[in-house]
Write a new protein. Structure first.
Length: 61
């Protein structure tokens, strides 16, 4: 993944949705909840793209 590529948290296995109106999105890898996408918080805080991104496993039917 290059530095210019956006990380889609919705496709990450660590992303989750909360029931909290003030923080509806979260990241299990970093252990926080936020209003914005966790990857954008990580990029803004560290200056680097998220290093914990792992694609979700596809469910087999």
């Amino acid at each position: 993944m290059n530095a210019n590529e956006r990380i889609d948290c919705m496709k990450c296995k660590y992303f989750f949705i909360t029931w909290e109106p003030g923080a509806p999105k979260g990241c299990k890898a970093f252990g926080f909840k936020t209003k914005m996408l966790p990857s954008s918080i990580v990029l803004h805080s560290s200056g680097k793209p998220c290093m914990h991104f792992e694609p979700k496993q596809k469910q087999q039917s």
